[in-house]
Design a protein around this ligand. Sequence first.
Ligand SMILES: [Zn+2]
Length: 205
Amino acid sequence: MKRMFAATLVLFSLIAPVLAVDMSAEINAATAKAIPQVIEWRRHFHQNPELGNREFNTSKMIAEHLRKLGIETRTGVAKTGVVGILKGAQPGPVIGLRADMDGLPVTERVDVPFKSTVKSEYNGQTVGVMHACGHDTHVAMLLGTATVLAGMKDKIKGTVVFIFQPAEEGAPAGEEGGARTDGKRGCDGQSKDRRDIWHSYKRSD
Ligand SMILES: [Zn+2]
């Protein structure tokens, strides 16, 4: 619990430039309230990992929650990616926070109540699937951050973009995936702002 709280708070230090005043106390209180749900999400994603370019349920759950928060939500970015755009009440800079979403073709051997027993096909073989790289925690923490910030929209000077990136570990053989997919196509081949969002992400990776 403490570790998840501390890790989620780190995300808030990144968005300090778009906060109107020092909101540490308010953020701490709202984060503490969100943490039980962050842990629940993390366990859910851990138990239900999906391989790169196949993060269909992960993506659906993320998009549903962002929409419920009233955050402008775009889906199908680089195949299964999701981008949430939270516009603050006042003008200011745009800050991107990013989490990767995909699990790995690894069989889980640790016996925890939320252990993954998922199997999938990867490069022609049946494999176990596991969040062995922590993307379950990344998604849960970013959803928690979105929850907290959506509740203080009036005090945000600027825009916070939540980027949920698919296939960070690389796409299966013969497929494109991850950041490069949309970078090449201009994110979705349509709008400049999405391309800029993606390029900002690529610089910080
Ligand atoms: Zn990873």
